[in-house]
Design a protein around this ligand. Structure first.
Ligand code: NDP
Ligand code: 2IT
Length: 447
């Protein structure tokens, strides 16, 4: 088995040797899915995984725009259309200076499995740009988004490819992108999700990724007859996912001790309550400031510059910032401090070695493709509402989100349970996600 996996990875490496994040994502899937393929005749010998690691289409384009000083800026735009076997390509857009083909291919590959797990008919894609939104004026953001969409519009559509937000892309950016698409196509459709509430957005979509991550943590804790209430929780990030993960933890009676950004983290030993979280939302979403500004109002908190929050003692950890933000050393510190549950809100935040440490210690660990799937699932619900030209209530969408997270948890148990009863959620999520896409690919033939 080891040889089969190695031979496969060697082939993928030959073609994508310069794309470390993509190789990391493929390796994690190959190690769990290849043994399953080998045991199941219907999948064996059909090169399904080899087909799945090759994007159906990868579009790269120039984005030129004019900044507030009248200077012409040039960025690179991308859309990776990874797999459309079970539905239109679906996945976010990331605006961050680190964006490149490797990052977007890893995200698009993860998205294929994640979207399959949601039970909704969505293929996988991802896109974005190396554009850095930090410090840009609203007008610069608008001009960039318009320039970006003036090329992307050719390749997307409500039945073809439906982008949404990710790092650096929220409701403001989706608005500018949607406005340009509508202008160019002269049609009002659900071509993007994460839209504003008055122009086709779904209630609960802004909250969905963070809420879903906590619902998933709760499902995992339930398998141990445990609950979030009374737990010390540390969260990384302070963007969309982190904010609503914090909100849900507070609502369920947990204590949120930390939040962070790429400059450092805040530790509030008294707990970040609803009022303090509202202040964080103002700093991040209105002033577009830094998490260190929390101390301007809450002076008892500590700001730890240049570090991640994993050194703070906790029961539950929710990494909600970015890929590879939680390393083996961090995992060991978390374990030494008694952490029993890690639910990933970000995509691939834990390194391979960190995951191995969690598995060895047999704690509850959920990979992002399962635990953060609530965001894209609710995007799927937004698409449904757009097609129906209808709007569901907050409660209806939240209940559907809870049901979906519960179904994903069930799928992980189905394929991830070890002989001793320990649940390997990585294996569970990868195989459950694979089966649905692979069956569709087999049914559709070699295309
Ligand atoms: P936001 O842009 O709203 O927030 C990102 C947060 O992560 C910020 O606090 C940011 O800090 C921090 N961050 C970004 N890059 C780094 C870095 N290199 N090191 C440390 N911190 C960093 O993005 P989201 O909250 O939407 O996304 C967070 C994660 O969740 C990403 O991995 C994304 O792919 C994933 N995700 C998002 C979904 C969604 O619906 N939005 C759905 C599923 C997953 P700073 O301001 O300093 O950059
Ligand atoms: O990583 C993700 O799942 C997202 N950024 C959300 C994608 C979506 O289409 O809502």
């Amino acid at each position: 088995m080891k040889q089969t996996i190695e031979a496969f990875l060697e082939l993928v490496k030959e073609r994508n040797g310069h794309e470390p994040e993509f190789l990391q994502a493929v390796e994690e899937v190959a190690e769990t899915v290849i043994p399953y393929i080998v045991k199941n005749d219907i999948y064996y010998g059909k090169n399904i995984l080899l087909r799945m690691v090759e994007p159906e289409r990868l579009i790269s384009f120039r984005v030129s725009w004019v900044d507030d000083d009248g200077e012409i800026q040039v960025n690179r735009g991308y859309r990776v259309q990874m797999n459309s076997a079970i539905g239109p390509y679906k996945g976010g857009l990331r605006f961050h200076p680190t964006v490149n083909a490797s990052i977007l291919k890893f995200l698009a590959f993860e998205q294929v499995f994640k979207n399959s797990l949601t039970t909704l008919p969505m293929g996988g894609g991802k896109g974005g740009s190396d554009f850095d939104p930090k410090g840009k004026s609203d007008n610069e953001i608008m001009r960039f988004c318009h320039a970006f969409m003036s090329e992307l519009f050719r390749y997307i559509g409500p039945n073809t490819d439906v982008p949404a937000g990710d790092i650096g892309v929220g409701t403001r950016e989706i608005g500018f992108l949607f406005g340009k698409y509508k202008k160019l196509r002269n049609e009002f459709t659900g071509v993007l999700t994460g839209k504003g509430m008055s122009w086709g957005g779904s209630l609960i979509r802004p909250e969905a990724t963070g809420y879903g991550t906590v619902y998933f943590a709760q499902k995992m804790l339930e398998t141990k007859n445990d609950i979030i209430k009374g737990k010390d929780v540390i969260i990384s990030g302070s963007g969309n996912v982190a904010q609503y993960a914090a909100e849900k933890v507070i609502q369920l009676g947990g204590k949120v001790l930390t939040l962070s950004d790429s400059s450092g983290y805040i530790y509030d030993a008294d707990g970040i309550n609803e009022e303090k979280l509202a202040y964080v939302m103002e700093i991040k979403n209105v002033k577009r400031g830094r998490i260190s500004e929390y101390l301007e109002k809450y002076k008892n908190a500590q700001y730890v510059k240049g570090k991640t929050p994993w050194e703070i003692k906790c029961d539950v950890a929710l990494p909600c910032a970015t890929q590879n933000e939680l390393h083996e050393e961090d995992a060991n510190v978390l374990l030494d401090n008694g952490c029993i549950c890690v639910s990933e809100g970000a995509n691939m935040p834990s390194t391979k070695e960190a995951i191995a440490a969690f598995h060895k210690a047999k704690i509850l660990f959920a990979p992002g493709k399962a635990s953060n799937a609530g965001g894209v699932a609710t995007s799927g619900l937004e698409m449904t509402q757009n097609s129906l030209r209808f709007k569901w209530s907050r409660e209806e969408v939240d209940n559907k989100l809870k049901d979906i997270m519960s179904d994903i948890h069930k799928s992980c148990l189905e394929y991830g349970k070890d002989d001793d009863g320990y649940v390997d959620y990585v294996r569970g999520a990868n195989i459950a996600g694979f089966v649905k896409v692979a069956d569709a690919m087999l049914a559709q033939g070699v295309v």
